[in-house]
Design a binder for this molecule. Structure first.
Ligand code: DX5
Length: 230
């Protein structure tokens, strides 16, 4: 199966946005050329921090026309899938580590009519994905330990990304790989060369909220002409 490229997709994570102006900040990313907004949902149990619920997704739906990608850093995500889908989520991304019955959770997401993504933490091996790739619309590799923005990329995940892309290509599947955590204009080209095509970035876009549009452009330009090294 010849390798078929994926378009580079930029997702603005609102974790580093101004929580008092999430609509405006999401729109800044949209105007600046981001392709997707990622909403980092945290329950204070799966990760120590608490952030947003379905109400924020519903509110953001009124501010941007971009797809809303909901990253569920919560335990028992199956309890909340319907509420986030009803709020306007276009894709629900669950942690494999939080799902007792991952195959069933992915089926539930598809039954709600939205895309299903799986994400795994840095310590979690790719093997947990092997028997559910056929139900997966996107795999998100955590390149930091979840819970906070502004962390440094964990270098060991580059090899994991390459192994995952190789597995997907060998199976003849078409599943984009997203990377989340420490993604900026320096790390992005290396992540794309390793096999990622969906770049999720928060602090590199929002640390200076006055230049969100420029930051989006700089991040996209950092990957110009960069492809998977195979
Ligand atoms: C971690 C979050 C972050 C966020 C992006 O739980 O998922 O990775 O989306 O953070 P930055 O881009 O600031 O590293």
């Amino acid at each position: 199966m010849p390798e078929r490229g994926y378009p580079i997709i930029l997702e603005a994570s609102i974790l580093s946005a101004d929580f008092a102006q999430l609509g405006e900040d999401a729109r800044r990313a949209e105007v600046g050329g981001a392709d997707v907004i990622q909403v980092d949902v945290m329950d204070g149990v799966f990760v120590p921090v608490i952030t947003f619920g379905p109400g924020v997704v519903k509110a953001l739906r009124q501010w941007v026309n971009l797809p809303l990608d909901v990253h569920l850093m919560i335990v028992e995500p199956e309890r909340h899938l319907e509420a986030f889908a009803a709020a306007g989520a276009d894709r629900l991304i669950v942690h494999q580590e939080a799902c007792l019955h991952l195959h069933r959770v992915l089926q539930m997401i598809h039954e709600l009519g939205v895309e299903a993504g799986i994400t795994i933490n840095p310590a979690t091996p790719l093997a947990v994905l092997e028997d559910v790739l056929d139900l997966t619309d996107l795999v998100q590799i955590m390149t930091v330990n979840p819970g906070w923005g502004g962390q440094t990329l964990i270098e060991s995940q580059l090899d994991k990304i390459h192994r995952l892309r190789t597995l997907i290509e060998r199976r003849g599947l078409r599943i984009p790989i997203a990377v989340d955590g420490g993604v900026d204009r320096t790390t992005a080209p290396r992540l794309v060369e390793a096999g990622a095509s969906v770049l999720i970035s928060g602090s590199s876009l929002y640390n200076d909220r006055a230049t969100v549009a420029e930051n989006v452009t700089l991040l996209r330009e950092s990957c110009h002409d960069v492809t998977w090294r195979g």
